[in-house]
Design a protein around this ligand. Structure first.
Ligand SMILES: NC(=O)c1ccc[n+]([C@@H]2O[C@H](COP(=O)([O-])OP(=O)(O)OC[C@H]3O[C@@H](n4cnc5c(N)ncnc54)[C@H](OP(=O)(O)O)[C@@H]3O)[C@@H](O)[C@H]2O)c1
Length: 265
């Protein structure tokens, strides 16, 4: 697509969203960086508007909308499944799934009126691996992945393309948070796996991608008219996506789980 019309990014106060808003504006889109607290966007060279994806009254999208980047997302401490508070499940689904749904519902008629556009959902490359203690986060991203498949078909007649970005480790506050010892370490029965999981995280540390690089890949995907549904935006996610495309699903999950099971298997 050519870089004309309005592009809206959710969760643009920091991290991937902020970098994507900058990149969209640099390419020529009339970009609106939306965020919960607009003071975080004071230094951004574009329109900044308040939008909390969990507060429907704050969701106001402009006419002429051609690109929506559903980036806003949250994580909660990673407990074992049996110990994860229901409120943590709800909080992740409230933002990562229901918030995204509400924004997208409102974007679709505006994009139809604009003659088409791109909806870009940010999920996670964690969907390629059976990561222990990540059930709620991965389940929320899997829900977005599934609804994106249906939407891609449903919206094609209107010239609206659905793109899913599945980031690997990108240097943001969220990634820094996941470097902390996992909450699962507090649960004795799960401590060996939690420790192993923490150690494995350490191995990935040299493979972090700066947000600006990820943003270039994300906007390239948005502009890639005849491209696929799913994209990585960093070397690790690009490699995992390729592995996922070429390896039978059960084999991939079994292979991946060995990392966490280690000597337990
Ligand atoms: N970084 C990675 O390695 C990585 C990997 C895989 C997937 N992802 C996904 O990439 C996306 C961006 O993550 P990030 O790493 O940039 O995270 P981040 O640095 O923690 O930023 C998250 C952004 O989401 C916003 N947000 C949270 N709740 C919101 C709400 N209710 N309404 C509007 N905005 C809200 C935050 O706003 P506040 O400033 O107001 O909190 C912030 O702007 C997320 O969907 C995440 O799941 C990231």
């Amino acid at each position: 697509m050519d870089a004309t019309g309005v592009a809206v990014v959710t969760g643009a106060s920091r991290g991937i969203g902020r970098a994507v808003a900058r990149e969209l504006a640099a390419r020529g889109f009339d970009t609106v960086a939306t965020m919960r607290d607009v003071s975080a966007g004071e230094d951004l060279p574009m329109r900044v508007e308040r939008l909390d994806v969990t507060d429907p009254s704050s969701i106001r999208l402009p006419d002429g909308l051609r690109v929506l980047v559903n980036n806003a997302g949250v994580e909660r401490p990673h407990h074992p499944f049996e110990a994860t508070p229901a409120d943590d499940w709800r909080a992740m689904f409230e933002t990562n799934v229901f918030g995204l749904i509400e924004v997208t519902k409102r974007a679709i008629p505006l994009m139809r009126a604009s003659g088409g556009g791109v909806i870009c959902n940010v999920t996670s490359s964690s969907l390629f691996a059976p990561v222990p203690f990540y059930s709620p986060y991965r389940a929320s991203k899997a829900a977005v992945s599934a609804l994106g498949e249906s939407l891609r078909t449903e919206l094609a007649p209107f010239g609206i393309r659905l793109v899913e970005i599945m980031p690997g480790p990108i240097e943001t506050d969220m990634l820094a948070g996941s470097e902390e010892p996992p909450a699962a370490l507090d649960h004795e029965a799960y401590r060996p796996m939690a420790q192993r999981s923490h150690d494995l995280r350490g191995n990935v540390k040299g493979s972090y991608t700066p947000v600006a690089e990820a943003a270039v890949a994300i906007v390239d995907a948005i502009c890639d008219d005849d491209g696929p549904l799913r994209y990585g935006c960093d070397p690790m996610s690009v490699g995992l996506l390729e592995m996922w495309r070429t390896t039978p699903d059960e084999d991939l999950m079994t292979m991946m789980s060995q990392g966490w099971l280690g000597s337990w298997s």
